[in-house]
Ligand binder design. Structure first.
Ligand SMILES: [Zn+2]
Length: 241
């Protein structure tokens, strides 16, 4: 068989039934960014792939790269199946939103280890029943902010994104790409100190130490991240929770 063999670790973002017994996989890999692959015969009862080719599975994959756009899965073993995540409706929902954000924001074959590791850490948190805050809106937004940072679309938080002024930062402008001062607030929406502080802390902390904030502030954060990504990455994300 012509072509090359690729071995990589990857997370299944989406798994689609295809033809009689196949699956098409949208994968986010540690070493090749986004990969599209086909697993032939994966839906047959005695498939050697077993039930692993489902969303959220973290896998070691052997893939054959031929002439087509899709790679062919030739070998697979499980790194982590996150069984407790699968047993919780809230965790499944949070995981699905996270995978959807990765699908929309990271669509190239450029490897992005910070983004890959962030996704794996979040799935581990959602799989840990002791991590009560895993499914919280604050953690979902911390994930989203850190993902934007990893993808190169972090909002400007230190000074006015329009004029550089360091004080009186009272608004947020997606078009400007960050916080804005009172003099540059045209086209912005009001951003509370609490929402601003949340973003600064979330970007600088590990995901497991995501800060807390009131729901109202968190919704401002969500809007700030969404508008930044719409303007600068041309990506629209689903609601964070
Ligand atoms: Zn300004």
């Amino acid at each position: 068989m012509a072509g090359t063999t690729l071995k990589t670790e990857a997370v299944v973002l989406r798994s689609i039934r295809y033809a009689e017994a196949d699956r098409i996989l949208h994968l986010y890999s540690a070493t090749k960014g986004r990969i599209g692959a086909i697993a032939k015969g994966a839906r047959r009862p005695k498939s050697r792939f077993g039930g692993r080719l489902e969303p959220f599975f973290r896998l070691n994959l052997v893939l054959h790269e031929g002439r087509g756009e899709l790679l062919t899965v030739t070998g697979v073993s499980t790194v982590d199946g996150y069984p407790r995540l699968r047993a919780s409706g809230a965790a499944l929902d949070a995981g699905a939103r996270a995978c959807d954000a990765v699908l929309r924001l990271l669509d190239t074959t450029e490897p992005n280890p910070p983004a890959y590791n962030l996704l794996c850490r979040y799935l581990s948190m959602l799989d840990d029943p002791a991590a009560e805050r895993g499914t919280s809106l604050a953690t979902a937004l911390s994930f989203r902010l850190k993902l934007a940072l990893a993808a190169g679309f972090a909002p400007e938080l230190a000074a006015c994104a329009s004029c550089g002024e360091a004080d009186h930062l009272t608004g947020f402008s997606g078009a400007a790409g960050g916080v804005v001062c009172a003099g540059c607030e045209a086209g912005s929406f009001p951003l509370s100190e609490e929402a601003h502080a949340f973003m600064v802390t979330a970007v600088g902390s590990p995901l497991a130490e995501a800060p807390e904030a009131e729901e109202r502030a968190l919704r401002q954060v969500e809007r700030a991240v969404s508008e930044t990504l719409e303007h600068h990455a041309h990506v629209q994300l689903r609601a964070a929770a």
